[in-house]
Structure formats: structure tokens, C-alpha cells
Design a protein around this ligand. Sequence first.
Ligand SMILES: CC(C)(COP(=O)(O)OP(=O)(O)OC[C@H]1O[C@@H](n2cnc3c(N)ncnc32)[C@H](O)[C@@H]1OP(=O)(O)O)[C@@H](O)C(=O)NCCC(=O)NCCS
Length: 201
Amino acid sequence: MPSRREDNLSRPRISIREMEIDDLAPVYHLGESLFTRTALPALYRTWDPYEVTSAFTTDPEFCLVAEDGRGNIVGFALGSTVEKEGSSWRYGYLAWLGVKEEFQGLGVAQRLLHEFEKRMKEEGVRMLIVDTEGDNAKALAFFRKNGFRRPTSHVWLTKSLVRPENGVPKPLKPLAFARRRTGATPARKNSAPLDSPIPLP
Ligand SMILES: CC(C)(COP(=O)(O)OP(=O)(O)OC[C@H]1O[C@@H](n2cnc3c(N)ncnc32)[C@H](O)[C@@H]1OP(=O)(O)O)[C@@H](O)C(=O)NCCC(=O)NCCS
């Protein structure tokens, strides 16, 4: 059976280069098709135009694109350098890496990463950091294949502020407020003043 790469031998040639201003919209729209709500359910990282524009304005040398022979953007890598207080090391963070679905399995991401690493090394970076969802099998396989090790877990918790869940205090009944505001019914002796926080049960 042919490998994923052999299946795609007929694809056009891809070149890797630094991102330019005209690439902002194509990169953003490509990311929209890759970083969807279902692909990134936790929303701790949200793909939006600001991700692209801020990376481009602050660290343009770490914003790379992959372009096919017809000038279409088919992949990108966006990152930055990070300095930790108390550490003499410089770190590199690859925040977003994406390859258009039809071009996946051709080694495009590998080439983007290779160029990204080269630029990071030139900048004196000693360690690269990446992150992705724990169930993003493709990305994890890609990062492992490219030498990323020692995955560290970080737990994200969520709490709805609009739908009561177990353990969340119920708000006071609106009726009680209404009566006290109009003064039609005298406030009960033990009731909290209007501006006090909602009492815990
Ligand atoms: C992860 C991603 C960037 C990989 O891009 P790609 O261009 O397909 O990757 P490459 O072709 O360069 O793959 C290089 C190696 O990674 C591994 N790999 C990549 N995709 C894989 C897959 N679907 N299954 C298994 N291994 C895979 C392989 O070892 C591969 O080498 P090989 O083809 O010689 O076996 C791409 O799947 C993608 O854009 N995913 C959606 C966005 C995303 O999740 N980004 C990462 C977090 S920001």
C-alpha cells in the first residue's frame, strides 16, 4: 500500500517563506477551517484575526507560510520567543501550526517546523514549546515524530455563569427584589439589603 506521502506525489511544489501582509487574510481563513469549535472544544485558545495580526506585528520572523505553485497559502506556523523570569534560557513557542487538509501528509508541516526551528536557534532559543488538545492524534503524532517529548498535563476547568450547575448558588427570586424595590411589602427582618451580595445557601 502506498504511504500517505506517495499518494500525494502529484501535488504541486510547496515553498516555505516568511509571512507577508497580504497573507494575513488567507492564513486567518485557513486557520478557520482547521481550528474549529469541535477541533478546539476547550476554547482556551481561540483562533481569531487577532492571533494572526498580533503574531505578525510582534514576531514577523516567526510567522511562516507554505505556498503552493499557484500562490495559494496551504500552511502556516505562528510563534514567538518567551523569556521566563529567573531563567537565563530563551524559549520558543509554536502557537499555531496548520496545513490545508488536501496538503496534509506531504511533509508541509515538517518543512514549516524545520524553518521555524532554524530561526529560533539563530535567535538563541534553547527549547521549543508546543501545545495541543490531548486527543489531537495527528498533531501529537507529528510532534512526537519531530522530537517533542515529556508531555505535561495541565487541567482546564470550566464553570457556566449562565446555567446553574451542581454546587452553584441559586440567585434570589426576582419577585423578592421587585417587592422590596417598590416598597409595597416591607422587607423581612432577616432579608439582606438590596446591594448585598447574593447569600450562599
Ligand atoms: C498536525 C498537522 C499540522 C500536520 O501537518 P502535515 O503537513 O500533514 O504533517 P507532515 O506531512 O509534515 O507529517 C510529518 C510527520 O508527522 C506524522 N504525522 C502527521 N500527520 C499524521 C497523521 N495524520 N497520522 C499519523 N502521523 C502523522 C508522521 O510521522 C509524518 O511523517 P511521515 O508522513 O513520514 O510518516 C496537520 O495535521 C494539521 O494542520 N492539523 C490541524 C491543525 C492542528 O491540529 N495543528 C496543531 C496544533 S496548533
